[in-house]
Design a protein around this ligand. Structure first.
Ligand code: ASP
Ligand code: MG
Length: 417
């Protein structure tokens, strides 16, 4: 089928639409893309702070509120922005209309508050774009099997945007946010952090899941699965349309689009970590099941796990979870004491997880060792280690986070010249 105009989805996060001036600026930016001859669909978040306020209302009325009504309430933030941006575009002479999830429709499952997208009908959006009308879509929301409003989980409008891009077969999904791209690490910690022109889906997925907060993890999973090219860029840089083929932000793409691959692409960290250790457990089959069964039944996500067994037949088990789940995890372990029979239960939430990520690890040995040596040179003790094919993570005392990240950034040659 012949396709003339490039088609892009532009997504604007909460800070980009925080007030009417910024919404006007976003409208200018959308107009610039339209005038450059592109077919454009826009996905918006709620204005900064609005979702938190709506969540707060629900919690204030009842901590155990009905999840379906929570969705009915929190989905409204995006509806406000989509209508306002449509008005701002019309004011600039750009034909535009707002779309709610149910109008598209964007169908989800019935997991209220964290629904997953089932199907999106792109036809109406595509006809709109073909006819020169910009659809302004409320992100974060969909419609469940029983026709009730659903939301996709906090930060979910990134996932909306990527899913819409796949549904309308867009050439690219541009995520406009308050940073101008994806960096080798957090620039607030390392002044010499560099912006990456390109990063692979796999690396972005690992970085997002270990703490880099630029994109919602699920949006990256979806982009990888649907092969949607995603660009992360600033909505505060100058508002001119980008020339064809030019991408000022960071592109998340397939590995074969990256010509020169560094060994390590980025370093991420997460402070939302807590460690639980059970010492002196009589070693026997069923220990792991007795520990992790109750945790998984309680929906507590366990991240790193280490078990070490001594010659005396006693074993130690350590795992990490998020700080917010620590209290529940402790209660469950205490309740399971008779079954597990540990001698001692120790917990620590003054810890941080630091991770180095790079697809280069698949083909090069020694990357983990550089990490261990760099930390040992700084006398930083590693408490727990975990690895995947393209990632090494260590758990260290929180007070050493900055020191460790800076040292690793230098050790892997990531510092900007
Ligand atoms: N407004 C929603 C939130 O704050 C969705 C999003 O911004 O992505 O989580
Ligand atoms: Mg966001």
């Amino acid at each position: 089928m012949e396709r003339k105009a490039p088609r892009i989805v532009m997504k604007f996060g909460g800070t980009s639409v925080a007030d009417l001036d910024r919404i006007r600026a976003v409208a200018e930016r959308v107009r610039a893309e339209v005038e450059a001859g592109r077919e454009v669909a826009v996905v918006v978040s709620a204005m900064a702070g609005v979702t938190n306020q709506l969540v707060g209302y629900c919690q204030a009325l009842s901590p155990l509120h009905d999840a379906r009504e929570y969705d009915a309430v929190v989905a409204t933030g995006e509806q406000v922005t989509s209508g306002l941006l449509a008005i701002a575009l019309q004011t600039l002479g750009v034909d535009a209309r707002s779309w709610h999830g149910w109008q598209i429709p964007l169908r989800t499952d019935d997991a209220h508050g964290r629904a997953r997208i089932a199907t999106i009908d792109g036809d109406a959006l595509i006809s709109g774009m073909r006819a020169g009308q910009v659809p302004v879509i409320a992100g974060f929301q969909g419609i469940g099997p029983d026709w009730r409003v659903t939301t996709l989980g906090r930060g979910g409008s990134d996932t909306s945007a990527v899913a819409i891009a796949a549904a309308v077969n867009a050439d690219r999904c541009d995520i406009y946010t308050d940073v101008d791209g994806i960096y080798t690490t957090d620039p607030r910690i390392v002044a010499k952090a560099r912006k990456l022109d390109k990063i692979t889906y796999e690396e972005m997925l690992e970085l997002a899941s270990v703490g880099a907060k630029v994109l919602q993890t699920r949006s990256v999973e979806l982009a990888m699965k649907e092969r949607v090219r995603v660009q992360v860029l600033s909505s505060f840089a100058d508002g001119a349309a980008t020339a064809d083929g030019e991408t000022p932000g960071s592109l998340v793409v397939d590995e074969d689009e990256i010509v020169e691959q560094e060994l390590v692409t980025g370093i991420a960290y997460s402070r939302d970590e807590a460690k639980v250790s059970m010492r002196r457990i009589p070693d026997r089959p069923g220990i792991a099941a007795a520990i992790f069964g109750p945790l998984s039944e309680a929906n507590i996500n366990v991240d790193m796990i280490v078990q070490s067994t001594g010659e005396d037949g006693m074993t130690n088990m350590t795992f990490t979870t998020s700080k917010s789940d620590l209290g529940r995890a402790i209660a469950l372990m205490e309740a399971a004491h008779d079954e597990i029979q540990y001698g001692e239960l120790l917990t620590d939430d003054a810890v941080v997880k630091v991770s180095v990520v790079g697809v280069g690890m698949r083909s090069h040995a020694g990357i983990a060792n550089t990490m261990f040596r760099t930390l040992s040179d700084r006398a930083i003790n590693i408490q727990v280690i975990s690895t995947s094919e393209i990632k090494v993570s260590v758990l260290i005392a929180a007070e050493y986070a900055e020191l460790a990240i800076r040292a690793l950034h230098t050790a892997y040659g990531l510092d900007a010249a």
